[in-house]
Design a protein around this ligand. Structure first.
Ligand SMILES: Cc1cc2nc3c(=O)[nH]c(=O)nc-3n(C[C@H](O)[C@H](O)[C@H](O)COP(=O)(O)OP(=O)(O)OC[C@H]3O[C@@H](n4cnc5c(N)ncnc54)[C@H](O)[C@@H]3O)c2cc1C
Length: 823
């Protein structure tokens, strides 16, 4: 036994060191404890001299700055300066803009769950609630999406007027200018409700409240510009649009060819300093009806009229569209969701220099202005619209699945249908959670550029997949267009949300992790800043400090990840001990894994990581699923930890965690350095992959939630327009669902009295028979008749005269093929 003492002491010492690494002890604490351990070890082991030697080399070297810098930091600093990827001005401005919030915690490997739960849950003010209950409900009731999308290809005049009159376009404009100055949460609630009813309605309202003239003027406008335009925007006297995209510059918006040259020119009979601008923009939402155009272009000053700089760069100006030479009015036709969208052009248009937003001082500052404001709008408009869309799609499809019968059974009871129904319910819960968490960050004053990219991508992506699920369930009823169709326009329009405000593939491949890695990592930004310091020694000092903190951080994440892997997360703390505890533990594990793999990827790929889009995409997926999953835990807590909502929490968590595990697994299987990939796979999954997708049993429970009215179901669809007013197909479906459920016992009673099981059709005739047989009261018979009407309305589709569908417009301009001229 005596002879084992040194071995036990060694193991105990290693465990203690592992514990210190786990809890991220400082280098000093680490060194002190190690010194103490070695002193103690010297008494029990004859080999302690060897350890003392290693100790003196490593700990001595690490703790003496001059030695450490000479031996380690300086050579690494030189290499780092060489391999650090070149960053364009636009990239640098994108990184500098915005703030980090909860995603920073998730990225750093040890999320503080108490912090997450201490963020206040979003709330509406009485004024915002009144707006939702009043004008928003009213406009939803006025809206007939078929009329908008098929007959008018526009909102009817009375809806345009209503929107302007009730300041729907002024939700972000401050009260001092006559706007509503709503919270991000209120804007999100408004957009969710509108999106469920009509995508044309929600995008028409969403765009002026997102990145555009209103937002830019409030942040950067001169007082004169603010005093002139903001009250007019608030009253709806001006309709704004924002034009960045050009035919040659879509995703690569920084490369716009649209150009302005500073020069003197004539303006209203006088010679003034101005700009001669040429632009050709496309895809511009609201451009066909806009009265002011926010325009992004590249400004140059060859004659030095503004200063010494010749190429000023991207600049934003406000151009009234009634100036002669501004071309607006023509329309694109986005996927049968005909919101106002079209091109705008001008050639050599002269405008005064004070048309620049913020005046001539802001010449060349356009890109910075855009990226600084982008994160707020991107976190609200599309994620909220996607959430509003899925709430309606999920509940309406659930109702339909319970109403529609085939093979003598509601289709929603069939196992095959339960699977997509569960995805609809689970995604609706998760998306609602993520949307709310994101807007609450914005209301806390954050400009969350990484989070807004996460929700933009994942909520529109999940929303699109959900609309496919809904269409598959509803079948022919979803396919045949017409006023009775409650799904198809959302399904058709889903790719629009995927493409705009940063196309999704680009967002996933480059933006989420690309920005996240630099913004959220605790040390990389400092290392990069040190490398750019023109003073070598000062740079080396900062680099040395960041590097050693970084190495300690990476070592800690390594120890934590391995420990979590071999212990199956059993010793991780969680803020609750109920059924959600396991999820906090799993998220903590994956958060450490992400922190570790980020360092491994950056360390092995260096500047190449930027080009390895699939590595970046999968690391981004990990960060994104961590965010979405923590939003679910936050939602459950904010809503009072209602156990009846647990199935939705389980599904959302298990789905997000499984997707996270898949991203991690695929990342390691495809890691550019195979050896590193294999080793990390062993470190992170020493006992194999622990997680599975949600079970069939859980799918079954969620499918039932969608088909049976309950408080849980109401919470899932919270805020959607389901009022039972004439013409609202969603309200009608809800009524019919309740009626069908109430009728089933009556139907059984009549069948029993008839002595045969009849099909659940022609309920009006069964009602008559029930009355005749004396097994139904007149009220019950009446309910059966109403149910039959509702049932038929739910399952029937529209049909049209041939002429009604015929449409022979003139050839659209520019639609001839380039081959025509060749022929
Ligand atoms: C209906 C509609 C409304 C719009 N409204 C406005 C507006 O009001 N104002 C405005 O300025 N713009 C607007 N846009 C433009 C929009 O915001 C997008 O920026 C633009 O559509 C993207 O360009 P693109 O469609 O030409 O795609 P492209 O840039 O040609 O991209 C094609 C594909 O390549 C992918 N891709 C591109 N680069 C990368 C990369 N590095 N890595 C991986 N994948 C990549 C993209 O994700 C996409 O899938 C609108 C667009 C549409 C369709």
């Amino acid at each position: 036994m005596q002879s084992y003492i040194p071995l036990f002491a060694l193991i105990a010492g290693l465990l203690l060191m592992g514990g210190l690494a786990y809890f991220r002890a400082s280098l000093l604490a680490f060194s002190l404890v190690l010194t103490g351990l070695l002193v103690a070890y010297s008494f029990v082991s004859p080999f302690s001299q060897l350890f003392w030697l290693a100790y003196l080399l490593i700990i001595g070297g690490l703790n003496f700055k001059a030695l450490r810098q000479q031996l380690i930091s300086k050579p690494l600093f030189k290499i780092f300066k060489k391999i650090m990827p070149e960053m364009s001005r636009t990239e640098k401005e994108a990184i500098d803009a915005g703030t980090t919030w909860w995603e920073g915690e998730l990225f750093r490997g040890a999320p503080d769950w108490k912090k997450l739960h201490s963020y206040p849950a979003p709330r509406l003010s009485p004024e915002e609630q009144a707006f939702l209950d009043g004008p928003v409900e009213q406009v939803c009731a006025m809206t007939r999406d078929w009329e908008i999308t098929h007959e008018l290809a526009d909102l009817p005049e009375e809806i345009w007027d209503f929107l302007k009159q009730h300041k729907f376009f002024a939700m972000i404009i401050k009260k001092q200018y006559g706007g509503l100055e709503f919270s991000a949460y209120a804007q999100s609630c408004v957009l969710q409700k509108l999106a469920g009813v009509s995508a044309v309605l929600s995008s028409t309202v969403g765009v002026p409240n997102s990145l555009g003239p209103g937002e830019l003027l409030q942040h950067y406008g001169t007082k004169q510009q603010q005093d002139h335009y903001l009250p007019r925007l608030a009253e709806g006297k001006e309709i704004p649009c924002f034009a960045l995209t050009s035919p040659e510059a879509g995703s690569d918006a920084g490369s716009i060819p649209d150009a302005g040259v500073v020069c003197m020119g004539e303006w209203q009979g006088e010679q003034v300093l101005g700009m001669r601008i040429t632009w050709n923009k496309r895809y511009i939402t609201l451009a066909p009806v806009a009265t002011i155009l926010g325009l992004a272009f590249k400004l140059s000053d060859p004659d030095g009229l503004l200063g010494e700089q010749k190429e000023l760069g991207i600049t934003c100006a406000l151009i009234p569209t009634d100036i002669e030479g501004v071309e607006v009015g023509r329309r694109h036709f986005p996927l049968n969701v005909p919101f106002m969208n079209g091109p705008t052009r001008a050639t050599d248009l002269f405008v005064p220099i004070d048309f620049i937003i913020g005046g001539k001082e802001m010449a060349g500052q356009g890109w910075r202005m855009l990226v600084e404001c982008l994160s707020v709008g991107r976190g609200i408009t599309l994620p909220s619209s996607a959430t509003g869309g899925i709430k309606n799609a999920a509940l309406a499809t659930g109702a339909y699945a319970r109403i529609r019968r085939q093979f003598k059974l509601p289709i929603g009871k069939m196992e095959g249908i339960e699977e997509p129904l569960a995805r609809l319910a689970g995604n609706a819960y998760l998306m609602g959670a993520a949307s709310d968490l994101t807007v609450s960050a914005i209301d806390l004053g954050e400009k969350p550029s990484v989070i807004s990219a996460i929700v933009k991508y994942h909520l529109t992506h999940r929303g699109q997949r959900a609309s496919i699920d809904a269409m598959d369930i509803v079948g022919g009823k979803g396919i045949c267009l017409g006023p009775k169709n409650f799904l198809a326009r959302a399904y058709q329009g889903a790719p629009i949300a995927i493409t705009v405000e940063g196309a999704n593939i680009l967002t996933r491949s480059m933006i989420i992790y690309g920005q996240g890695a630099i913004r959220c990592h605790p040390y990389v930004l400092n290392e990069m800043a040190a490398a750019q310091d023109p003073d070598f020694n000062r740079g080396l000092d900062s680099f040395d400090k960041a590097l050693f903190s970084h190495l300690g951080f990476a070592f800690s994440n390594f120890v934590r990840s391995f420990w979590f892997g071999i212990t199956g997360n059993n010793f991780v703390s969680a803020p609750y001990s109920d059924q959600t505890a396991v999820y906090y533990k799993q998220l903590t594990r994956f958060s450490s894994n992400l922190a570790l793999l980020s360092d491994v990827a950056m360390g092995t790929l260096g500047g190449n990581l930027k080009r390895k889009e699939r590595v970046s995409a999968r690391l981004g997926d990990m960060l994104s699923q961590l965010y979405l999953a923590s939003a679910v835990l936050k939602r459950y807590d904010d809503e009072g930890r209602k156990t009846e909502d647990l199935p939705l929490v389980h599904w959302s968590m298990q789905d997000a965690l499984f997707q996270l595990q898949t991203a991690l697994d695929e990342l390691l299987l495809n890691f550019p350095n195979k050896l590193v990939g294999k080793f990390m796979h062993w470190v992170l999954f020493p006992l194999g992959k622990p997680l599975h997708a949600p079970s069939d049993q859980l799918d079954h429970t969620l499918a039932r939630i969608l088909q049976q009215p309950s408080e849980t179901r109401d919470r899932l669809g919270q805020g959607r327009f389901d009022s039972r007013v004439a013409g609202n197909v969603y309200g009608e479906l809800e009524q019919t669902l309740e009626d069908v459920l109430a009728c089933e016992a009556l139907y059984d009673r009549v069948c029993q009295a008839l002595g045969e099981k009849r099909p659940f059709t022609q309920l009006d005739k069964l009602a008559e028979q029930g009355l005749h047989l004396g097994v139904l009261s007149p009220e019950e018979a009446q309910l059966m008749k109403r149910t039959e009407q509702g049932r038929l309305a739910a399952i029937n589709v529209d049909d049209f005269d041939h002429q009604q569908l015929e449409n022979r417009p003139a050839q659209p301009q520019g639609s001839h093929s380039s081959w025509d001229s060749v022929a």
